[in-house]
Design a protein around this ligand. Sequence first.
Ligand code: ADP
Ligand code: TZP
Ligand code: MG
Length: 280
Amino acid sequence: MVLSIQEFKEAGLTKKFLTKSPLIQCITNEITCETMANSLLYIGAKPIMADDPREFGELFQQIDALLLNLGHISPEREENLVQASSKINAFDKPVVVDLVGVGATQLRLQLGKALLLNQPDVVKGNMSEMRSFCGLASNGKGVDGSQLDQTSESLSELTMKLKELTKEYPNTVFLATGPIDLVVSSESCFQLSNGVPELDSFTGTGDIVGAIIAACLTDDYTTVEAVLTGISYFNICGEKSRDSLGDSPALADFRHYTLNHLSVLKEGYEWVKQIKGVDC
Ligand SMILES: Nc1ncnc2c1ncn2[C@@H]1O[C@H](COP(=O)(O)OP(=O)(O)O)[C@@H](O)[C@H]1O
Ligand SMILES: Cc1ncsc1CCOP(=O)(O)O
Ligand SMILES: [Mg+2]
């Protein structure tokens, strides 16, 4: 079902952010693991951070969605990610892959491509990571995106490459994040523009978005709607945090208030009216 941003917003004005308390299994990195787990709790979901393949059979029956995050790789973590990615498909549960650092090493790039073969519902990364993933030159540093990859030409170039990928992976929605967030599916394309620059200044913001999208995928949303909802919700939490801090440069406070708003914003529908985006 192709929808416009306007239609999406109108529908969101009468739809509770999360109607259930989904159990989300996260195979993720140690750097942002606790932040991710608490962010899921703040939005009303339940996290389980578990990556031992010996548990997958029992866990995959219980969980509502799976998040695979490439943030911290080791031979064991790589094997766990690959096994989870192939075994989950027998359980028909939504899957989000977060391509953290795929622009930094060939190891991560090849692993990301291997995980795509299993047709996850959502594949995300920052703009620089997604450019690397699509074979485009990238200015990313480590796991961070670069403003140099955010020009309108870069966005158009990446949009074309992601559209090509959807021809081969029609069931996967691709998300490239940054000042402008690009959401590309086989049927639609959106550019979202919520959030504030400070969201690029504490670690884990992209990771949290991946986890929130995984939770939204378990609810009454299409995959595209889950991506639009998850990233917009998080970014507007960042906007609220910025508002409450005025012009204070205190980034730890900004992080605190952003995470605080995760449990506050969803109490109403006002936040939906603030979603900014265009069809592309
Ligand atoms: N300059 C910015 N202005 C507004 N929002 C931003 C900006 N940079 C990042 N964001 C938002 O912060 C979140 C993380 O994006 P990004 O920093 O690109 O990912 P990562 O943390 O994986 O590098 C996304 O929701 C994105 O929309
Ligand atoms: C700093 C760092 N190093 C490996 S994973 C990680 C966190 C990345 O989080 P995000 O992709 O949300 O910025
Ligand atoms: Mg990231």
